[in-house]
Design a binder for this molecule. Structure first.
Ligand code: ADP
Length: 480
């Protein structure tokens, strides 16, 4: 297991020798100590990325794509090892961790191929003796700051396109899950990605962040995390007018209409609500169910929720692992307590779950009914295995509730009426709509939010715009 930081192709510790501990959220077992770096080490990482940039951007797209594709292959080769590491530091069930490694690799493969298609353009000029050219060039050194809920995929979703476009990077992974990031760093070397192109620094977030945002060599920040931290980083990024890609919080509505395929809707709700114990930014945070189908849907959902197996991610058949840390459990508890005080009924779960030999960090899959708009969980991201259900009468009412949010990342709707599909998809103020689909995220499609859910898109051809500058060359041609 790699526990040092990657700066300029060398594996190093913090200048002070300080470290911080990584623990298993399921058991509190100590997993490893990693460097507690600050500004000085970050500045060196940025320097290394800046130095490596010239040679990296001069390579052909095919050469860069080859290295990025190789990295994807190595991740798939090491899927079992990387998944085990992820489950230890993050807690998600092994099956989900394996899935995340494959998903993480898919972003690399996609970007490796897409890098060959960074086409320019020739625009018809207004004068016979001019030629107007548009070319796309790499942005430069990119700062990548990632969260703990998808420790590998949130890195590769940025790293793949950044490298393919010819950028170099400094990655700061989340404190809870640095090991998955360092493991990717190791594979970068094996994939033949030159020293300095990928740098990884772990440590004190504000110190590393301040250097990344104030060092003039950094040209861009790509961040995935909370809206609160995102806003803070945007303010700091203003001084250097950094380019920004921000994937922030969500608060996904999940709407089930009377004419829905109820079986598919229940399966979808289970998948989007309880994946990663409810800790994804596109998890359904509120379920709106139309009156005519309400009893059947809630009955079936209660049955499905009651069958979920809670436990350590390493144990066979576990579907819901621990929450990431104590603050996360306390937040989920507070949301459930607030909902109960305001009149919600607990149909299933509602409290911490006891797991033999486990830490006190598990929460029962929970189903709440009688939910209203004033409850905290109707407005704030819960980030836990809690499904609050609210009954609605009319389509317009559900749309109004869904859009009554500061967030706008993902929304879901289940209906068999094709006209309604279009009406609803168009009316939802969200960057992503899962229409009869609870798993919309995939490498070839644009992922991102509106409102306070962020700026920019990751995935698909769209992500390449985030890592390239558009340069215009106006060319005078004599004799034409
Ligand atoms: P989450 O709620 O998912 O933990 P956060 O927004 O708190 O999301 O964290 C996402 C990432 O932002 C993590 O890598 C974290 O270390 C980093 N981060 C938090 N605060 C700062 C900061 N002041 N400067 C730079 N990075 C930060």
């Amino acid at each position: 297991m790699q526990t040092q930081n990657l700066i300029g192709g060398r594996w190093v510790g913090a200048d002070s020798g300080a470290t911080f501990a990584v623990t298993d959220p399921a058991t509190d077992e100590h997993v490893a100590d990693v460097p507690k770096c600050g500004r000085a080490e970050t500045a060196r990482a940025i320097g290394a990325a800046q130095e490596a940039w010239g040679a990296w951007r001069s390579k052909t797209a095919a050469e860069r794509g080859e290295a990025v594709r190789k990295l994807a292959e190595l991740m798939v080769r090491d899927q079992e090892r990387l998944a085990g590491l992820m489950t230890r530091e993050q807690g998600k069930p092994l099956a989900e961790a394996r899935g995340e490694i494959a998903y993480a690799a898919s972003f690399l493969t996609w970007a490796a191929e897409e890098g060959r298609r960074l086409y320019g353009e020739m625009i018809p000029a207004s004068f016979a003796n001019k030629r107007l050219l548009v070319m796309r060039q790499p942005v430069g050194v990119c700062a990548i700051i990632t969260p703990w809920n998808f420790p590998s995929a949130m890195i590769t979703r940025k790293l793949g396109p950044a490298l393919s476009c010819g950028c170099t990077v400094v990655i700061k992974p989340a404190e809870d899950t640095p090991l998955s990031a360092l493991a990717i760093g190791e594979l970068c070397g094996e994939a033949g990605i030159p020293a300095g192109v990928v740098n990884i620094v772990t440590g004190t977030p504000a110190e590393i962040g301040d250097e990344l945002l104030s060092n003039p060599a950094v040209r861009k920040l790509s961040f995935t995390g909370s809206t609160q931290v995102g806003k803070l980083l945007m303010r700091k990024a203003a001084d250097n007018v950094l380019r920004l890609s921000m994937e922030l919080g969500g608060h996904a509505p999940f709407i089930v209409f009377d004419d829905a395929d109820v079986e598919a809707a229940v399966a979808g709700a289970m998948a989007t609500k309880f994946r990663n114990a409810g800790q994804t930014c596109i998890c359904a945070n509120r379920l709106y169910v139309q009156a005519g189908i309400y009893d059947e849907f809630v009955g079936r959902l209660t049955e499905a929720v009651s069958c979920l197996k809670v436990g350590r991610g390493t144990d066979e058949g576990v579907q819901v692992g621990p929450l990431i840390n104590d603050a996360a459990v306390e937040k989920v508890e507070a949301h459930v307590a607030d909902a109960r005080e305001r009149g919600a009924d607990v149909l299933f779960g509602g409290q911490r779950a006891h797991v033999a030999g486990g830490a006190d960090r598990f929460f029962q899959p929970t189903l709440l009914a009688g939910v209203t708009g004033e409850m905290r969980l109707s407005r704030e991201e819960t980030f836990g295995p809690v499904a609050p259900v609210r009954r609605f009468m009319e389509e317009a009412e559900a749309i109004a509730w869904a859009n009554d949010s500061d967030f706008g990342l993902a929304a879901y709707a289940y209906t068999r009426d094709a006209s309604r599909c279009f009406r609803v998809a168009e009316a939802l103020e969200y960057g992503i709509v899962g229409m009869n689909d609870a798993a919309p995220s995939t490498a070839q499609a644009p992922f991102g939010g509106v409102k306070q859910s962020g700026i920019g898109r990751e995935g698909g051809k769209y992500v390449m715009d985030e890592y390239t500058e558009t340069k215009y060359v106006s060319w005078g041609v004599s004799g034409a």
